[in-house]
Design a protein around this ligand. Sequence first.
Ligand code: IYR
Length: 229
Amino acid sequence: MKNDDYILIEGYKHIRYKQYAISEDKMLTQSLNYFKNLNKRRSVRTFSDKKIHKEVIENIIKTAGTAPSGANKQPWTFCVVENAGLKKKIRIAAEEEEKRSYNERMSDEWLEDLKHLGTDTNKEFLEVAPYLIVVFKRPFEYDKDGKKHQNYYVNESVGLACGFLISAIHNAGLVTLTHTPSPMRFLEKILNRPDNERAFLLLPVGYESDKTYVPDIHRKSLTEIMEWY
Ligand code: IYR
């Protein structure tokens, strides 16, 4: 009996893969609907403390884990912080760094560029949002003998996973914000992470608060972001 479910390439098993085929009509509507849905996403800074089912958070993180990565090393860890004490510690440390950034580290031009977004050093959302997802990149791994092995394209891989994560959060009807207090090594300390992990991105996740406003900004048009060759 012929079995073409898999083949061997240099001794490694490759399993048969097929994308689900859809009609060209469906492809058009599906691609348009996906855009329309993601085009509604906005970065939100005001959260409700309303709880979310844990399984939703797990599904979102499983989705992030489907991103491609260098040599399939999947060099990421997603820490979910629900504990109020830890959230408070994170807020205090983040606000400390942000105060130094806004008052000393950021250039006048940078501050001017941020003005229309209404950001400041107050990071209340870090305590209000029911969950904080802290994404760590793993530049290297230790094997069982303690020997270091580098991962590849770590920033690209983890950046892609964060993109998948953000789209999954939006698709679940929730909101988030890409928060990057800088420097953010305090997250490694507060969450007691191993020494092969570096904080990459912090995302509060939840429902938006009752009266949420976002800046009236617009996305670049297709002609501005695309070149056909
Ligand atoms: N990390 C700071 C400042 C900040 C920087 C950029 I670039 C933004 O797009 C938004 C904010 C903060 O979170 O406030």
